[in-house]
Write a protein that binds this ligand. Sequence first.
Ligand SMILES: NC(=O)c1ccc[n+]([C@@H]2O[C@H](COP(=O)([O-])OP(=O)(O)OC[C@H]3O[C@@H](n4cnc5c(N)ncnc54)[C@H](OP(=O)(O)O)[C@@H]3O)[C@@H](O)[C@H]2O)c1
Length: 251
Amino acid sequence: MKLTIIGSGSMATALSIGLQKHYELEVVAKDISKAKLLASKLNKPLDIYPLNNYDITGKTILLCVKPYALDEVAANLKGEATSLISILASTPIKTLFDAINAKHIVRAMPNVSAAFGASTTTLVGSHDLKNEALKIFESIGDAFWLKSEKELDIATAIAGSGPAYLALIAEAMMDGGVKQGLQRDDSMKLVRSLFKGFAPLLANSHPALIKDSVMSPAGTTAAGYAALEECGVRDAFIKAIECAYKVTQKK
Ligand SMILES: NC(=O)c1ccc[n+]([C@@H]2O[C@H](COP(=O)([O-])OP(=O)(O)OC[C@H]3O[C@@H](n4cnc5c(N)ncnc54)[C@H](OP(=O)(O)O)[C@@H]3O)[C@@H](O)[C@H]2O)c1
């Protein structure tokens, strides 16, 4: 099956790298040189087409441009796509239907881990496209069908933005190790390994139980954990999800 990716930025590249093993791909882009850069990161050749007057008839489209570019992109397309899967944040299905001719539309919110086959993707939209869209994103990680666009916008604040939040935690822990005298390289190796080892723990247990299993009375973890609570880390994360969600509602 062939997927047509419109766009050639970070997410178009991450998705292409992940999807190339499972699908035939073609890329449609405003700037052909950027599409060539994307193609250079893949293991197999890719057809590249200019956006200008591109015919989407009968195609399954993965729309990966900036939300503000929707109208300009739509004006350059002709025909009617069979399926449109949009990863545009803050862009409701109605807006997509108004802009682009497509029989079925699904909104998907993947993340940059798609390049490693480890995206967390949430989806919502046309039920006729549900199974196909889930299959596409399950080929590059976990995919969850949600009940409403509101839920997808909340999920965007967790799983779409999430890699940036976890990167902040990772970097802060590395810096903490260096502050106490650990070599930067060693600190980095430890944090990378910690995240790798934490994934199976979280997959098999509740966060509160993981915490309880590590924290002994008056021990090192209890001291560190108390410092995190004093600094309001829990509140900060709840607020971060709230602020990110609010931005998805602005446009
Ligand atoms: N980054 C994430 O983690 C993430 C996660 C989930 C969803 N998203 C969504 O993914 C989409 C792409 O984000 P990104 O991070 O990949 O951004 P990006 O790297 O800046 O790429 C944006 C793409 O949009 C194209 N574009 C911008 N203006 C255009 C126009 N007027 N006409 C045609 N193409 C235009 C760009 O083409 P040129 O470079 O040629 O201008 C580029 O291919 C966004 O809608 C975002 O909401 C992002």
